[in-house]
Design a protein around this ligand. Structure first.
Ligand SMILES: Nc1ncnc2c1ncn2[C@@H]1O[C@H](COP(=O)(O)OP(=O)(O)OP(=O)(O)O)[C@@H](O)[C@H]1O
Length: 263
């Protein structure tokens, strides 16, 4: 299922936070949303999962306007791994994973054996089955992140939105999570801070600066040293990843301390 962002504007507190952004993610492709702190990544993502209504423009999923679809139908199409919300606090990890089934259920107490099996399989897939009976609130940041990914998998949607999914994760699970996401084969948009993870695991990148899209396309084409210097104010020396051949970036300050000390 495709995801189209069409001239989207989101205004909050009287400020334009997302400024006329247009994007298209084809079915099964993965887009990394990049940009400095405060550039509008999370706000744009919230526009994709119906938390912020556009001031103008539209988000279409599978050809349908997100706001015409309604909340339940939208939650059957778009699953989200965002920073945790209060909703999970009194639940066990298993119950959090089960929340993914809610958009597919009618009425209360309708957990079918298939729903329970889906939650169990999702926890297993993210290596969190041993956490199933533990209260979500006491889990570590990385453990919570696994369970929230399990909930998104349980939701069984064609589109997946992730907001900084590798936050809190050790390096092993950062790579594991990106691989799990890639293996799901869903239409995916992920806000990432790590340029190397973006270049390694995503088909395309979109770079935001001050709420505006400054570049979009294939990571190898878009992520030039000049673009990275301009947007992030760091020097990026690009090398092919020794194992995969994908673009890899060695980052350093634009003015290195060595240069300043030894002019
Ligand atoms: N509800 C709100 N009301 C007013 N301003 C907001 C609101 N939410 C976000 N903003 C502002 O919008 C701007 C973009 O914030 P956003 O969280 O989308 O950026 P981001 O790119 O995700 O940043 P980070 O990388 O630091 O997570 C910031 O200046 C922020 O203060």
């Amino acid at each position: 299922m495709d995801l189209v962002v069409d001239d989207l504007v989101i205004e909050l507190g009287g400020r334009r936070i997302v400024d006329q952004v247009s994007l298209e993610v084809e079915p099964g492709r993965r887009l990394a949303l990049l940009g400095p702190n405060g550039s509008g990544k999370s706000t744009l993502l919230r526009g994709l999962y119906r938390l912020h209504r556009p001031a103008s423009g539209a988000v279409r999923v599978g050809g349908d306007d997100l706001w015409r679809l309604g909340a339940r139908a939208a939650a059957q199409r778009i699953a989200v791994v965002a920073q945790e919300s209060a909703a999970e606090h009194d639940l066990t990890a298993f119950q959090v994973a089960m929340l993914g089934r809610v958009p597919h259920q009618r009425g209360f107490g309708a957990d079918s054996p298939a729903d329970l099996a889906a939650a169990e399989a999702a926890l297993d897939r993210v290596g969190a089955l041993d956490l199933a009976d533990r209260p979500f609130a006491v889990l570590s940041g990385g453990e919570k992140q696994r369970v929230l990914l399990a909930r998104a998998i349980t939701q069984d949607c064609p589109v997946l939105v992730l907001d900084e999914p590798t936050n809190h994760l050790d390096v092993t699970f950062q790579l594991e999570l990106m691989q799990i996401v890639a293996d799901l084969g869903l239409t995916t948009v992920a806000a990432l801070h790590d340029l190397n993870l973006a270049a390694e695991y995503c088909d395309a990148v979109a770079v935001l600066q001050d709420g505006r899209l400054v570049a979009t396309g294939d990571p190898g084409t878009v992520l030039t040293g000049d673009l990275i210097a301009e947007v992030f104010a760091v020097r990026a020396d690009r090398i092919p990843h020794p194992a995969t051949g994908r673009p890899h970036f060695a980052l350093s300050p634009l003015k290195t301390p060595t240069t300043e000390r030894n002019p």
